[in-house]
Design a protein around this ligand. Structure first.
Ligand SMILES: CC(C)(COP(=O)(O)OP(=O)(O)OC[C@H]1O[C@@H](n2cnc3c(N)ncnc32)[C@H](O)[C@@H]1OP(=O)(O)O)[C@@H](O)C(=O)NCCC(=O)NCCS
Length: 127
């Protein structure tokens, strides 16, 4: 099955799903997928905020399909809202199946990222 849908946002991170990241059933751990999405949200939000950010919340995570060993994992990010010190990012995880052109959306979620100052306190983000 190939999605007619296209990825939303900017390609922020691309990596390979390895055997070390599997669960006992042989598919990739959901926690590993979330970690890649969190890293991408961190990259994109710190670019937007021009400095350090942290993950304050992750909302509405949907695991739609499994990730398999050998898949190329592609994380797309969109900055949907900028608040005073926080940003809401929409993050999608797509895979390209091993040795295939087939591309599928596997997971999506909203990440709330907060800009921090040098002391670790929330910092205003430029509008
Ligand atoms: C995120 C953190 C800096 C927020 O600190 P805080 O003192 O609660 O700050 P505030 O209450 O002023 O919130 C800051 C902003 O984050 C938003 N926010 C905080 N928690 C939120 C949540 N659960 N959902 C949505 N927004 C949230 C606030 O609405 C506010 O947004 P705004 O400034 O754009 O209006 C603090 O809770 C923290 O350090 N958490 C740990 C982060 C971390 O270690 N993440 C890695 C996971 S292990």
């Amino acid at each position: 099955m190939t999605d007619l849908e296209e990825p939303k946002g900017e390609l922020t991170l691309r990596t390979l799903a390895m055997p070390a990241d599997t669960n006992p059933a042989g598919d990739i751990f959901g926690g590993w997928v979330l970690a890649q999405m969190d890293a991408a949200a961190g990259i994109r939000s710190s670019e937007r905020a021009k400095g350090r950010t942290v993950t304050a919340a992750v909302k509405e995570v949907s695991f739609k399909r499994p990730v398999k060993v050998g898949d190329t994992v592609c994380i797309y990010t969109s900055v949907e809202q900028v608040g005073r010190t926080s940003m809401m990012l929409y993050v999608e995880c797509w895979v390209r199946r091993q040795f295939s052109q087939e591309r599928q959306k596997v997971t999506d979620a909203h990440f709330i990222m907060v800009a921090l100052d040098g002391a670790g306190s929330p910092r205003v983000v430029d509008p």
